[in-house]
Design a protein around this ligand. Structure first.
Ligand code: F0G
Length: 441
């Protein structure tokens, strides 16, 4: 059999909302054309993010019931810790409520004001935490969009006071492409040469490992689990949002071996998250995560995830959407700048049309999220690409849901000429894309 299918059946269901065209228009206007501000009951298909939106397995739901809610030393933490130690090889495991808390703990401990964090691409929250720690976030993606550019990485040590190197696996900011093992190893060697820690932002570690088994001949036929184990053992520190490859609705972690750095992070953990054996989570969350971390590297699951994303990408390309190739596992990215040339904030323009057409919510990875405000008061410094991201929540939507999205996308492509650009009417100084209000031009 070559046809792919979901390697699970559905045990519990949730109704979908079908707002009318008039309701969608009213909701979009009231939200200032920012889809983050639309209530979920006004959304038909929600591809905003793959973060915290996955469906848990029966085994995870039953793990919730055995959660131990003791304040200190809970059994649930020990189970989580043991699963993370096996997977990563790190001795020190700090649970946190989500990825950005982990970023804050590590970056505030590692960075001194003026120092640089160098990355293939810092995700938006990571960049914010580098900057909040007084540091400078330097992005050096290789032309493939996944790896870090090794030549520029080496050169950065001459121009910056580099405190850490961060590999975001997979590179969510630039299309969800993987960081290959070859690149991880070469980065490791450069970090050793200059004596700085290599950290992994491991939110999508299982998807990265799966892509390594497809792309690097050395790993053909290897299990994604073994590849993930090797990735982790190449790093000094990892942080992760477990709302992605933990397949649970909340959670994150820091893991490392350095006991001094771990002790410093733990002090912050206690002040901001909670006692070190629950870190802002309920015991039951830690149990669900421990189980999710075992399920996420199953080859049949990862193969289904890859094939459904590729099928979706091909279907969107067939109706005229400029799809960023190759398609990764967690999302399909559209080059909105190519579809809507000459329009201001083209990714936001495309998002608004998709919502009007079918109640579809996707997200923007373009100038609103990644561009910079010109300190001299001129127009924004645009981001490298104007992308719309259709994210695929784990184990949630079937192919017929995605077919509905493709049909709506086809209608939007047909009227692309008539779609207006957008301007910003309100923005906040940090992570403005979450709160901005826009208006058509
Ligand atoms: N790093 C990466 C690569 C991410 O994609 C995210 C979140 C984070 C860190 C922060 O984790 O949300 O748990 O605090 N990405 C989500 C997204 C929000 O939609 O891509 P968090």
């Amino acid at each position: 059999m070559t046809a792919f299918m979901e390697p699970f059946r559905i045990k519990s269901v949730e109704p979908i909302a079908f707002p009318t065209a008039a309701e969608r228009r009213a909701a979009l206007e009231a939200a200032g054309y920012n889809l983050f501000k639309i209530d979920a009951d006004q959304i038909t298909i929600d591809l905003l993010t793959d973060s915290g939106t996955g469906a848990m397995s029966a085994a995870q739901w039953s793990a919730l019931l055995s959660g131990d809610e003791s304040y200190a030393g809970a059994r649930s933490f020990r189970r989580f810790e043991s699963v993370v130690r096996d997977l990563t090889g790190f001795a020190e495991v700090l649970p946190v409520h989500q990825g950005r808390a982990a970023e804050r703990l590590v970056l505030s401990a590692l960075l001194k004001p003026g120092q640089a964090s160098v990355s293939n691409t810092h995700f938006d929250t990571t960049r914010a935490h580098v900057e909040l720690a007084g540091g400078k976030a330097v992005d050096l993606p290789a032309p493939d969009g996944g790896n870090i550019d090794l030549v520029r990485l080496r050169a950065s040590f001459a121009t910056e006071d580099v405190a850490c190197v961060v590999l975001t696996v997979t590179n969510n900011g630039l299309g969800g492409k993987p960081v290959l093992m070859e690149n991880i190893r070469a980065t490791r060697a450069i970090c050793d040469e200059f004596g700085v820690p290599l950290t992994l932002d491991a939110a999508r570690f299982a998807e990265n490992a799966y892509l390594i088994t497809e792309l690097e001949p050395e790993f053909t036929g290897h299990s994604p689990r073994k590849v993930a184990e090797l990735m982790f053992r190449s790093a000094d520190i990892i942080w992760a949002s477990l709302k992605k490859d933990g397949i649970a609705n909340i959670g994150g972690l820091v893991a490392l071996n350095d006991p001094d750095l771990a002790a410093r992070c733990r002090l912050e953990l206690i002040a901001y998250e909670g006692f070190p054996t629950y870190g802002g989570l309920a015991g039951r969350d830690l149990d669900a995560l421990a189980q999710g971390l075992l399920e996420v590297t199953e080859p049949s699951y990862l193969r289904y995830r890859a094939e459904s994303a590729r099928w979706f990408g091909e279907a969107l390309r067939a109706v005229g959407m400029p799809v960023v190739e190759p398609v990764g596992l967690h999302a399909v990215y559209i080059d909105a700048g190519e579809l809507l040339p000459g329009r201001n904030l083209p990714a936001n323009a495309l998002l608004a049309e998709l919502y009007l057409e079918g109640g579809i919510r996707a997200s923007e990875l373009g100038t609103l999220a990644f561009g910079r405000v010109d300190p001299a008061g001129g127009p924004d410094i645009p981001s490298a690409r104007e992308l719309v991201r259709f994210c695929l929540p784990r184990r949630v939507y079937t192919r017929s849901h995605l077919e509905y999205v493709v049909e709506a996308a086809a209608a939007v492509v047909k009227r692309a000429e008539a779609i207006p650009g957008y301007r910003i009417v309100h923005q906040d100084p940090v992570m403005r894309h979450f709160t901005a209000r826009l208006a058509p031009m």
